[in-house]
Design a protein around this ligand. Structure first.
Ligand SMILES: Nc1ncnc2c1ncn2[C@@H]1O[C@H](COP(=O)(O)OP(=O)(O)OP(=O)(O)O)[C@@H](O)[C@H]1O
Length: 260
């Protein structure tokens, strides 16, 4: 049985056009999938449908064979965690409190956090290097620090599937590497990870499967070296690109814009 299965997802906003058009793919346990596509392609909308935060007009998302539309919010939260693209929290929660909220599905609405919840919160914050920020208000953290705290919250949630929407968007190169290593290690531990990104080199680094999205459609899915060819990337972004190569075999490892 697949960890996650999306079948024929179609989503349209009220009064708008089709944002997702017949999207189908699946994900195994311990697998990372990078979703690439130009701005507005529908990547975040797809993420929200996978999380059950948006309801597609057609199609179904299954986790371990069960349709998510049939699961309660808290059951779903024990199965799938979310790292949003960027969050402007209006509440000045301490960073530690925000990460502890990731434990909510395990605590229940009226319960108090137990020792184990606090231990997992600390562990997640240490793994992401933000334990030292634990007493700082989330609203006063830098964009990158917030991003790491949100990743810690998803880790504390301890769900078998994690959906990350551009998790490295505001991170410096060091923290980008830390997040990528974390994604690799989490996948080795058996977690299934879906990550949207604008940087194909991250998929080359992870040697993971890649899905290409354009105008609400999935146009290709497969191993990064097969899918992310120079031609496919230029077509995807509608722009001239140069391929960057590296390693002993001088394989493609990244793309950069080409100014003709
Ligand atoms: N709240 C909203 N109301 C109306 N339209 C929206 C809303 N959010 C997104 N859209 C539209 O839906 C389409 C898909 O947006 P989405 O955010 O899913 O794309 P994306 O691939 O994640 O883009 P990016 O790479 O820029 O983050 C876009 O045309 C966008 O303008």
């Amino acid at each position: 049985m697949k960890a996650l299965e999306a079948t024929g997802l179609c989503f349209r906003r009220e009064g708008g056009g089709e944002v997702l058009n017949d999207i189908s793919f699946d994900l195994d346990r311990g697998e990372a999938l990078a979703i690439l596509g130009p701005n507005g392609a529908g990547k975040s909308t797809l993420a929200l449908c996978l999380l059950g935060l948006l309801a597609p007009q057609r199609g179904v998302v299954r986790i371990n064979g069960a349709a998510i539309s049939q699961l309660s919010r808290s059951d779903l939260a024990r199965l799938i965690a979310y790292v949003p693209q960027s969050t402007q929290s209006v509440f000045a929660f301490e960073a530690e409190h925000l990460v502890l909220m990731g434990r909510s599905p395990h605590i229940g609405p009226f319960g108090a956090p137990m020792e184990e919840d606090r231990r997992l919160t600390q562990q997640a914050m240490e793994l992401t290097g933000v334990w030292r920020l634990r007493h700082r208000p989330f609203t006063e953290l830098s964009g990158g620090e917030r991003q790491m705290v949100l990743i810690a919250r998803a880790l504390a949630q301890d769900a078998p599937i994690i959906v990350m929407d551009e998790p490295t968007a505001s991170l410096d190169l060091g923290n980008q590497g830390r997040v990528l290593a974390l994604v690799r290690d989490l996948a080795h531990m058996g977690k299934s990870i879906i990550m949207t990104t604008h940087l194909p080199d991250q998929a080359f680094n992870l040697k993971c499967r890649v899905a290409l999205m354009k105008q609400g459609r999935l146009c290709a899915i497969g191993p990064v070296a097969q899918v992310c060819t120079a031609q496919a990337m230029s077509d995807l972004y509608g722009a001239p690109l140069q391929s960057l190569t590296g390693g002993a075999a001088q394989e493609i490892i990244a793309f950069a814009p080409r100014l003709d």
